[in-house]
Design a binder for this molecule. Structure first.
Ligand code: HEM
Length: 516
């Protein structure tokens, strides 16, 4: 081979096979033209495929699930277009069942016992957010902490959701909700009410409420709109599988850009709040409350949180709540529209407790006197849980049952849906029956372990009380200042349209809201 030939090989950009072809024959074990090259390549491929199947079957052992996994991709196609029927089929195959996606071995748990076991075994399993979450939330975000570090950090944050704090948030929630309802009353050019899809307006209501509760007036109103609009990019990037590099144009890239905008505003809010509280201002939002606690001389916990760290915590709250809260609200509206007799009972309770005084803001004390409303919220979240399952991953071999150990580094996915639709605990489980929560001795109330709407164990939702309060408040206010038309959708269905004809202040303006 001449020097010229060698440099040609070195600079050849085309294919590796072509490049190899030009190498001196002494460097090649055999020529690609020879049949043995093909035999060897085929043998390697077959070995890899056999190994893949063997590992899958070894891990799966006797669990129900496909006997063979589709080479390389496994059930990837199903995971791209998941359906409730598909999940139900998998859950019905056994209390534990197995599958594989891109050689990630997955165990699905359908029973309450196994689901709770996964959620309550922090030494064996920890939450496993989708790959893009770390890029969006930043790897140093507190939500990625585990074990004692996580418990200690969370203890500080729990103080942001005490009754005292929620009592302050409720006033903000009330104001924002009323403001939004006024803008929902869209009309056409003839002044007639027009139907509009509820999804995006519910999302915006939720984002506006969250940001005001978290940041108060430490960020301007246009920041709320900007964060809300950009946040859609974050939602879109939360797919199970994403392009692995956040290159310009990819969903993860766009989500990171959106997160950066949000983080800049949240950091500003943290800075402004610190200054306000240091100057003796009364807390007016979650960050203020946090700073007040840190400044309290009797407080024994950690006090020093950088602006950036505070912003990351608030962003984690937005991240954890935005989609779940929005779907919770949308389903809440839909349930009321589908059940006018239940809406009438909600209204009756509102009239009684508020004595017709609907202009006065709601308070915690008033909310405490509304058991029917609380039951409606609880039941709505049970029938249509915004979170049906949460993926965890095993950090070591996990002996989940007497005869099966989940291998280390597997994904384990506890189902919430099955526990929430267990007919033994919730007779006629698909029916929306708030009354089941009113009898303290009902099977619903005596089996709290089945109510997995918020998860369970060390990672159980930190915002439970806040979220319940917000849903209750929004539905209560809607019930009294808006009235519904006869339901137009035959059955509750995530894709169904037309939810409510709403009349502001029970009489005048009308609008129609659709679910989408
Ligand atoms: C209807 C609304 C909501 C639903 C259905 C919901 C549900 C959940 C679920 C199922 C989990 C995982 C629990 C587990 O792994 O055991 C979770 C975690 C979490 N939620 Fe919520 N959530 C909602 C609203 C909120 C709100 C409003 C906030 C914040 C204010 C929030 C903050 C969080 C955080 C920070 C975590 C992670 C906790 C940790 O890892 O320690 N969520 N939520």
């Amino acid at each position: 081979m001449t020097v010229h030939e060698r440099s040609a090989v070195a600079s050849m950009p085309s294919s590796t096979a072509e490049a190899l072809y030009k190498l001196p024959s002494t460097l090649l074990p055999f020529s690609v033209e020879s049949p043995s090259w093909w035999y060897t390549t085929a043998a390697i491929l077959v070995t890899i495929l056999v190994l893949e199947q063997t590992v899958y079957r070894y891990k799966k052992r006797h669990l129900p699930g496909d006997k063979w996994t589709i080479p390389l991709i496994g059930k990837f196609a199903d995971s791209m277009k998941p359906t409730m029927e598909g999940y139900q089929k998998q859950w019905q195959s056994g209390a534990l069942s197995a599958l594989s996606v891109f050689n990630i071995f997955i165990v699905m748990a359908s029973s309450n016992e196994y689901s709770r076991k996964i959620l309550n075994s922090p030494t064996h399993a920890e939450p496993c957010l989708v790959h893009s979450a770390k890029a969006i939330l930043r790897p140093e975000n507190w939500v990625f902490l585990t074990g004692k570090e996580h418990v200690d950090y969370r203890r500080c944050l729990n103080m942001l959701f005490t009754r005292r704090a929620i009592g302050m948030y409720i006033g903000i929630q009330d104001t924002i909700t009323r403001e939004h309802f006024m803008t929902w009353a869209a009309k056409d050019s003839n002044g007639k009410p027009v139907a509009q899809p509820i999804m995006m307006i519910a999302r915006y209501l939720n984002m506006d409420t969250s940001l005001r509760v978290f940041c108060g007036n430490h960020i301007p109103p246009h920041a709320t709109k900007e964060i809300s609009d950009k946040y859609w990019a974050v939602t879109q990037a939360l797919e199970l599988v994403n392009f692995p590099f956040a290159l310009p144009g990819t969903k993860v890239y766009k989500a990171k850009q959106a997160a950066k905008v949000a983080m800049d505003w949240l950091t500003l809010a943290a800075r402004n709040s610190k200054i306000a509280i240091a100057n003796g201002a009364e807390p007016e939002c979650l960050i203020d409350e946090w700073m007040r606690i840190c400044a309290d001389p009797t407080y024994k916990g950690r006090r020093d949180f950088s602006d950036d760290e505070i912003a990351m915590v608030v962003f984690s709250f937005l991240f954890a709540s935005q989609d779940a809260m929005s779907s919770g609200l949308i389903f809440g509206f839909q349930h009321l529209a589908d059940h006018p007799e239940i809406l009438a009972k909600v209204r009756e309770e509102q009239e009684r407790v508020r004595q017709g005084n609907f202009d006065s803001p709601l308070t915690l004390e008033l909310m405490d006197q509304m058991p029917y409303l609380q039951a409606v919220v609880k039941e709505s979240l049970r029938v249509k849980p915004p979170v049906t399952m949460v993926p965890y991953k095993t950090t070591k071999a996990f002996p989940i049952s007497q005869d099966y150990t989940v291998p280390a580094n597997s994904m384990v996915i506890p189902s919430f849906y099955n526990s929430l639709h267990d007919p033994e605990v919730f007779p006629r489980p698909d029916e929306f029956q708030p009354d089941r929560w009113l009898d303290p001795n009902s099977s619903a109330n005596t089996n709290p372990k089945n109510y997995l709407v918020w998860g369970s164990g060390p990672h159980r939702c930190i915002g439970v009380e806040y979220a319940m309060m917000n849903m209750a408040l929004v539905l209560a206010t809607a019930a009294v200042i808006l009235t519904s038309s006869p339901p137009c959708s035959p059955e509750t269905d995530a894709d169904s349209h037309l939810l409510l004809v709403l009349t502001h202040n029970s009489k005048s303006q009308k609008t129609i809201i659709e679910t989408d």
